[in-house]
Design a protein around this ligand. Sequence first.
Ligand SMILES: C[S@@+](CC[C@H](N)C(=O)[O-])C[C@H]1O[C@@H](n2cnc3c(N)ncnc32)[C@H](O)[C@@H]1O
Length: 242
Amino acid sequence: MIDQFSEHTNRVKSIFNRVASKYDLMNDLMSFGLHRVWKRQFVQRLSVKPDAHYVDVAAGTGDITRLIHKKIMGHGLTPCITAVDPNEAMMGQGKAKLIDKGIIAGVNWVQASAEELPFDDNSVDALTISFGLRNVTDREKALREFHRVLKPGGQFLCLEFSEVQHKHINAAYTFYSQNVIPKLGNYIVEKQEDPPYEYLVDSIQRFPNQPTLKDMIESAGFKTVNFTNLTDGIVAIHEGWK
Ligand SMILES: C[S@@+](CC[C@H](N)C(=O)[O-])C[C@H]1O[C@@H](n2cnc3c(N)ncnc32)[C@H](O)[C@@H]1O
């Protein structure tokens, strides 16, 4: 019998298989390009240092991996980034996009899940996950795994949809996400069973709010955990240290 965890994992896999080729376009359309601003602000928070190993979990089509690469190069350092994702179709898009942008050296793509990372204990200097944790089936396990692979003093950064703070903005955002996003998704990705952008809206609503996620990150062992709201909390950056 298929358990709930496997059912969720298979559903997420099927959804990202179906959206992979349209994922970047949909991000631009749905967020009016704002996701690019959020991602830049996210990577600004990353500490860089020589000879560091960076891991970008749920790397997907590689936006964060590319920004990390750019940041490290900007500091005159040699990048060593591992982009991790379980989904071949998403990684395929990411690899092609990075090659297209001239990024070949310094990025290694690995097919794996957040819950089981193929890295030694205390081996990673910084770990990022952007718009990924929401899709992870066992989030507590993944957070413990992030803590395990980070070196003492290592940095953890998470960018994710969160709870809108202002009630009027929340009303407009709820209307937009429930009425516009699924229709846009059906138009761009084609109407199909288990529509991907209905899953997106649903997964955002179910995701823990800022203080709850902070507690979860602390429970996994991270110290000095804090969060910053962007665009009134539509998304939030959580940061923690091992
Ligand atoms: C919304 S995309 C985010 C891509 C990219 N990080 C970004 O910010 O645009 C979510 C990604 O999470 C990946 N994912 C789903 N389940 C995962 C898991 N258990 N572990 C790691 N990544 C997972 C999906 O394959 C997909 O590529």
